[in-house]
Design a protein around this ligand. Structure first.
Ligand code: HEC
Length: 103
């Protein structure tokens, strides 16, 4: 019985991990960073608030890993000098709001 409980516990932990690829990020900090640095340019090419760039059918980002890589590219291209935790905050925010990758 004891080991069954342990197993159930492990499965639960595992499914949480799958549901949220960016556990340590702070989504509201990420939102503020995106609003400050990222929206105007996306909005000028995609209209509205620019978020269509994340939801278009032919979007480039296909995985949580890809999302981090893309954020890093933009960070470097724009010379924002974000730290890794800031990239993670942004990844968490964009994932929760638009991409919804589960792993
Ligand atoms: C100077 C303009 C510009 C700025 C500023 C900019 N981006 Fe982008 N971004 C683009 C363009 C253009 C694309 C589309 C690239 C493509 O389709 O090949 C893009 C694509 C993306 C994508 C991928 C969308 C997809 O297809 O899934 C993400 C994620 C993204 N940007 C994040 C950011 C973040 C985060 C910032 C702020 C740090 C940022 N961008 C700032 C121009 C910009």
């Amino acid at each position: 019985m004891k080991s069954l409980c342990l197993l159930a516990g492990l499965l639960l932990v595992n499914s949480y991990a799958l549901a949220e690829p960016f556990k340590t990020g702070d989504a509201s900090a990420g939102k503020a960073l995106v609003e400050k640095n990222c929206i105007s340019c996306h909005a000028s090419s995609f209209g509205g608030d620019g978020s269509a760039i994340y939801t278009r059918d032919y979007r480039k980002v296909k995985s949580a890993k890809g999302l981090v890589a893309q954020i890093r590219n933009c960070n470097t291209m724009l010379d924002l000098k974000w730290f890794e935790d800031e990239e993670l905050n942004v990844a968490k925010y964009l994932n929760q709001t638009y991409y919804k990758f589960t792993e």
